[in-house]
Design a protein around this ligand. Structure first.
Ligand code: 9MR
Ligand code: ZN
Length: 522
């Protein structure tokens, strides 16, 4: 597909640009239902896109704002996939990507319909988990529940960290709308908004991951990755892996953060979370140095990284939930140690941005005004950098020419920083760059395809996902963002075996959920 644009669609007032591999002078936008030309425009460019080594011509049809379903038509090149213009274009994508978290649930049967297919599995991993590797012998201690991590069925606390953290950030930023979104999950109609109920499924599991002394086990996992079978068919024993300070700090941040979100709906649960957070924090204070998990014996995901950033996030959430002045002083010291800087690109291995944003947007008094001003300025300078990067890229990719394992997730996660800058300044260019991220992931990319299963034009059909490989349905499970090109812009293959570029993962989906949440209309 030479005409590359967002194949889900565009908000009426949003900028609308297609990147076209080829040269032309004029293009038309035609209405799908009657073939009528509703807009015609002139090509811009050509421009050189370095990371794909292409000459691209741009078709800008931002002036078209009338809701409807359209195609681009370019003489000599062809017509684009259909796309919509409408105020609600991202609602179904948000619904599907968030329900994908529900479909990831472990320890229970799940079922969902999409595109005429039913995706389902029976209750799985009900024996989670054994204590052999944490000094408890061949004894089972309950660790059922939570979400599977990715294309594999294991459960990792550190990756839960950035996932829950980004989903809670969406709640902070867009909660007034998310509150009203129905996800048709088993808890729908209960006391929690569906969005929070889905996160609570993960929190219930996380609470089981804390040991009596406050430390938190790093993961629950088989010793090796299993085959492409449905999760209930996977009978290999699963074990707790040793605790780590990074997992413990992420746990503190998640429980303290969730306590705030859930308090208006379930104060008792909020209290339980806060108690667990405080217990974890006491353990961290007694263990002030980074201690990684002992993962000997395991050949599954490691998710090990230094805990300095995790601790910063933990103190930030704990302070925001308690108002404790000593915690604020501690937090500000940690922020100063980073000169108040944000991480320009972040993922599971660096979550300090989540703490920085809590600090920045807090309504609590007592913050050092000088530090606060510095943090604000740093955020805007990082966001400006992302805007420039997207503008300089032929597909307006907010990550520029950075490619690595899971970078589609990072493209989506840039929107957390961009939206924060928008919240501070209300400058449209930040919001437009959030849209650039969605445009890219839904088709304005080298492949001209959507990177999210079940959504948009020619989405991935063979993701590295054990459920999709193990069930009898041809289509893959819906709503999942695949990792994307790794070694360079063209290095993506829609093949099941290609875990480097075609796996799915909770941290990538959470970032997609955040970006879509910014535009959910209710
Ligand atoms: O997302 C992780 C990526 O940053 C790492 O480079 C990669 C190799 O360690 O692991 C990725 O995470 C995988 C995890 O280890 C196991 N479950 C699937 C995850 C996504 O591929
Ligand atoms: Zn399971």
């Amino acid at each position: 597909m030479q005409i590359r644009l967002n194949t889900i669609g565009y908000l009426p007032s949003a900028p609308k640009r297609a990147s076209v591999a080829g040269s032309f002078s004029r293009f038309r936008v035609v209405r799908v239902k009657d073939g009528k030309t509703v807009y015609s425009g002139e090509a811009e460019g050509p421009i050189t896109n370095a990371d794909t080594d292409e000459q691209l011509t741009i078709a800008d049809f931002s002036a078209l704002k009338t809701p409807g379903e359209y195609r681009l038509e370019i003489p000599g090149i062809g017509s684009s996939p259909p796309f919509r213009i409408g105020a609600d274009v991202y609602n179904f994508a948000f619904y599907t990507a968030t329900r994908a978290m529900y479909l990831w649930r472990c320890g229970t049967a799940v079922s969902g319909k999409h595109g005429g297919d039913t995706f389902a599995h029976a209750a799985c991993h009900l024996q989670d988990a054994y204590m052999d590797y944490v000094g408890g012998g061949n004894v089972r201690r309950d660790a059922t529940g939570g979400w599977h991590d990715a294309g594999d069925y294991n459960k990792y606390v550190v990756n839960a960290g950035v996932t829950v953290g980004v989903m809670l950030r969406a709640w902070e930023d867009f909660g007034s709308r998310l509150r009203r979104v129905r996800l048709n999950i088993p808890e729908s109609g209960g006391k929690l908004p569906d969005y929070l109920a889905e996160i609570k499924w993960e929190m219930d599991w996380l609470l089981k991951m804390q040991a009596d002394n406050g430390s938190v086990y790093h993961k629950v996992s088989t010793l090796r990755f299993g085959g492409f079978i449905l999760p209930e068919q996977e009978k290999e024993p699963r074990y707790y892996a040793g605790w780590s300070t990074a997992a413990t700090a992420d746990f503190v941040a998640m429980t303290a953060g969730f306590a705030r979100a859930v308090k208006p709906y379930d104060p008792e649960y909020a209290n339980r979370c806060l108690q667990a957070a405080q217990k974890g924090w006491r353990f961290l204070q007694q263990n002030p140095r980074n201690i990684p998990a002992d993962l000997r014996g395991f050949f599954t995901g490691a998710y090990q990284s230094d805990d300095t950033d995790d601790r910063l996030w933990a103190v930030a959430e704990l302070w925001e939930s308690t108002g404790d002045r000593a915690l604020l002083r501690d937090l500000e010291e940690r922020i100063r140690a980073y000169q108040g800087q944000f991480e320009p690109v972040f993922d599971w291995g660096n979550v300090r941005n989540l703490g920085m944003l809590v600090y920045l947007f807090s309504r609590k008094g007592g913050r050092d005004p000088k530090l606060l001003a510095q943090v604000k300025e740093n955020l805007l300078s990082v966001a400006d950098g992302i805007v420039r990067t997207a503008k300089a890229h032929g597909y307006a990719r907010p990550l520029g020419s950075l490619y690595y394992w899971g970078c589609n997730g990072a493209v989506a996660r840039q929107t957390v920083l961009l939206y924060a800058a928008y919240r501070l300044t209300k400058k449209p260019e930040y919001l437009h760059t959030v849209l650039d991220a969605l445009n890219h992931l839904f088709g304005r990319n080298y492949f001209g395809r959507s990177f999210v299963t079940g959504l948009g034009y020619q989405p991935p059909m063979r993701p590295h996902d054990r459920r999709s490989g193990g069930d009898k349905v041809d289509a893959p499970w819906p709503g999942y963002l695949v990792g994307g090109a790794e070694r360079g812009a063209k290095d993506w293959r829609d093949e099941e075996a290609d875990y480097r570029t075609n796996e799915i993962a909770i941290n990538w989906n959470a970032a997609l959920i955040y970006a879509l949440a910014a535009f959910v209309s209710v």
